[in-house]
Design a protein around this ligand. Structure first.
Ligand code: SF4
Ligand code: SF4
Length: 81
């Protein structure tokens, strides 16, 4: 397993509970807390840093911060070297 330190910064004060980020995430990073109507960032190390969740959030409540120093990111860059 490749360890990463990807981060998803989330501001609950800006969030309106629209679910768009949850629906946009094609891997298992974002789950939905139906009780509190908020996204839950569960497996952040699996983030593919597509930025879909950040782009789709009209409220600016999400910021994706990839771990560019990780081996995972290195593999992506090596594909194009
Ligand atoms: S897209 Fe933004 S406003 Fe909508 S649930 Fe996600 S964080 Fe909240
Ligand atoms: S950047 Fe992409 S993979 Fe990562 S949490 Fe957002 S939607 Fe999911």
């Amino acid at each position: 397993m490749i360890r990463t330190k990807h981060k998803i910064e989330y501001d609950p004060e800006k969030c309106v509970g629209c679910q768009l980020c949850y629906k946009a995430c094609f891997v298992d990073v974002i789950r939905w807390d139906a009780v509190n109507k908020r996204p839950v960032f569960k497996y952040v190390s699996d983030c593919e840093h597509c930025f879909y969740c950040e782009a789709v959030c009209a409220k600016g409540a999400i910021r994706v911060v990839p771990d560019y120093a990780s081996e995972h990111m290195g593999q992506h860059f090596e594909q194009y070297a």
